[in-house]
Design a protein around this ligand. Sequence first.
Ligand code: HEM
Length: 270
Amino acid sequence: MRVPATSVRDMSQTLQRGPVSGTAVKKSSRRKPFLLDLYSTAVGKKYVMAITGIIGVGFIIGHMVGNLKVYLGAIEHNGEQHYDIDIYGEFLRELLVPILPHGYALWGLRLVLIGAIILHLHAAWSLTILNRNARPVKYQGARDYQVANFASRTMRWSGVLVLFFLAWHLADLTWGWLNPGFEYGAIYRNLDASLSRVPVAALYIVANIALGIHLFHGVWSLFQSMGWNNPRFNRWRRAIATGIAAAVVVGNVSFPIMTLAGVINFQPLS
Ligand code: HEM
């Protein structure tokens, strides 16, 4: 039996993928690439929030654990005394040498982190706009309003605070603009010089508590966004979110407190 040419064309059109958003599109309009099409939906933006959030949490835990080396003080390295954390900083810059030139692998990781931060912010911003457009009229009952928005409002202020902290932090400990007598690579010295200033120590404490609140809600909701809400491990969600947030807050807040207490105390090494 001969199949008419028109029905073959119809079949091939039905087999082609439709837009993720499922909205009617003009026949002439160009189809977006799959990932962009997915990103234009609320579900896609939530995936991006969750995946970039996981990258951020991974960095924050790794960074905190690495910074704990400050408590190891000075050690002998190549016949000389050095602060252990300074050697660790150099190790990060030397990562994958000689396969890659000095500092390249670290820059690769930095680019992943910068990309994740930009996407996280963009997805957060456009989800806020989507939600606003979906509900242009505010909730009538104050109670409903509070329940529905507590997490998202907390996420917004804690996220903004962490972002401002990050800008300060880079200017303080990476570029040294805000750090008295900053010395490139002298991490122990720079940390002590920065965190011995009471207002700066207070800023670090407040910002890291805000980060803990952000991480708690973020880790909790990323299970939902990724669809990992099987009843078998649902009860672990709160424990995982609490554990990660508590470990980061305790570890990070310890640095300014221990500097003010004199436990972290830079002395020139011979
Ligand atoms: C009290 C807590 C913290 C301490 C003591 C600390 C310490 C440091 C130090 C010493 C550096 C410079 C490292 C180097 O020169 O090699 C640094 C860099 C950095 N920190 Fe932190 N940090 C803390 C919290 C945070 C938090 C909460 C974030 C993120 C929200 C963060 C993000 C970064 C980033 C992105 C860099 C730049 C890394 C690079 O360019 O290689 N830090 N931190």
